[in-house]
Design a protein around this ligand. Structure first.
Ligand SMILES: Cc1ncc(COP(=O)(O)O)c(C=O)c1O
Length: 382
């Protein structure tokens, strides 16, 4: 039968507790989510700073729609590049102290668009093993040679870089890793880049807004040549940006297919993002709250529950088997807590996990309730 793989592969997903489906969210904020008539404490939101639905951002969205329209109505190089986009790019350049910025329709598109454009036959891409799917796919789909180094293994990265000094080497990593919550060793990466004359490309999806005194992410820790970040997480809108130097900017504008052949992001969204960046810069209390509540979680979970060490919003509790993780997530749901079970292929086989995200909208009681329920689920699971 034609396309028999569809049925076969879906059956396999069910058999291995890997089947995925969408759940329609009736309402949500960074603290609570309502699904199928029930409201849960939400520990699966990427709205780290709790900015979604902020009145100033909503007001800016409305103002942006009134001034520029909801749609760019063309790609950036045709007639889709509005004042709202230019103004947002300027704000980002000032915030991150980088010469140039360009906008993409999503973080996935940005990673694909940059890596496809820079991936020439003479390019070597060296990726951290835990890099996001969009980085891996972007690198593999390009003409570059792609190889992954062991997670945060700077010695192996050094060895790899030493192996082809004649090539155009690019080091690629996430700033904060999406499924583990730990951080790249950015100062070593930047030193290795200097030593081997390589470029650095950091995906700051989970660092922007959350790390740095003004929420400036990985650039607060080390000099990086190119940083990509999505607006869809801490900045609570959608789309993405890449910051870089002038040459790379000109090159991407001319050769990045995702940039050239895609409708520019909504100018209303761009205008709203200016408001969310302003809040992310100014409201340090949101970052402090994430740190305080993260510390509370680490001290209220039983000692035998292993949390991957983190200084971000992301707290991973690795359980191993997909079915055990799914069962634990279901048990938590019965008690009004939403923590999604993360399973392969998002993470490696036998490393399924609960991925708990703590946001600035949670409070101490939420964390204590979560911890006591995880403690109970673990005791009962033994
Ligand atoms: C590390 C990382 N990079 C890129 C993306 C993609 O960003 P976007 O959602 O804007 O496509 C995500 C998740 O969404 C991510 O976690």
């Amino acid at each position: 039968m034609a396309f028999s793989f569809i049925e076969q592969k879906l059956a396999q997903q069910r058999e291995h507790a890997l089947y995925r489906s969408t759940k329609c969210v009736e309402s949500q904020n960074a603290r609570e989510v309502s699904i199928a008539g029930k409201t849960y404490l939400n520990f699966s939101s990427n709205d780290y700073l709790g900015l979604n639905n902020h009145p100033e951002i909503n007001k800016a969205m409305q103002e942006g729609a009134d001034r520029f329209g909801t749609c760019a109505s063309a790609s950036s190089l045709i007639t889709g590049y509005h004042y709202a986009h230019q103004s947002l790019e300027n704000d980002i350049c000032t915030w991150l102290n980088k010469p140039k910025c360009l906008l993409f329709s999503s973080g996935f598109a940005a990673n694909q668009g940059v890596l496809d454009a820079l991936g020439e036959p003479n390019t070597n891409y060296w990726l951290d093993k835990l890099s996001h799917a969009s980085l891996i796919d972007g690198a593999l789909a390009s003409k570059a040679r792609t190889k992954r180094f062991l997670h945060n293994d700077m010695q192996q990265l050094d060895t790899f870089l030493s192996s082809s000094p004649e090539k155009d080497n690019v080091i690629i990593s996430e700033g904060v890793f999406s499924m583990d919550g730990d951080q790249a060793n950015l100062s070593s990466i930047s030193q290795l880049a200097k030593k081997h004359k390589a470029l650095t490309y950091i995906d700051d999806a989970h660092s922007i807004g959350v790390k740095g005194k003004f929420g400036e992410g990985s650039l607060s820790q080390a000099p990086i040549d190119m940083v990509m970040a999505t607006f869809g997480k801490a900045l609570a809108t959608s789309g993405a940006f890449v910051v870089c130097n002038e040459d790379i900017y000109e090159y991407l504008v001319n050769f990045s297919r995702h940039y050239i052949y895609s409708t520019a992001i909504s100018p209303a969204v761009a205008w709203a993002t200016k408001a969310s960046i302003k809040l992310a810069q100014q409201e340090q209390w949101r970052r402090d709250k994430i740190s305080e509540l993260s510390y509370l979680l680490s001290t209220t979970l039983n000692n035998d529950i292993e949390l991957i060490k983190t200084e971000s919003s992301i707290h991973a509790i690795v359980l191993g088997s997909a079915s055990k993780t799914l069962n634990t997530s279901e048990k938590l749901k019965e008690n009004g807590i939403w923590v999604t079970a993360i399973r392969p292929p998002t993470v490696a086989k036998n490393s399924s996990r609960l991925r708990v995200t703590i946001t600035a909208s949670h409070n101490a009681n939420d964390i204590k309730y979560l911890a006591s329920n995880i403690n109970k689920a673990f005791l009962n699971g033994k």
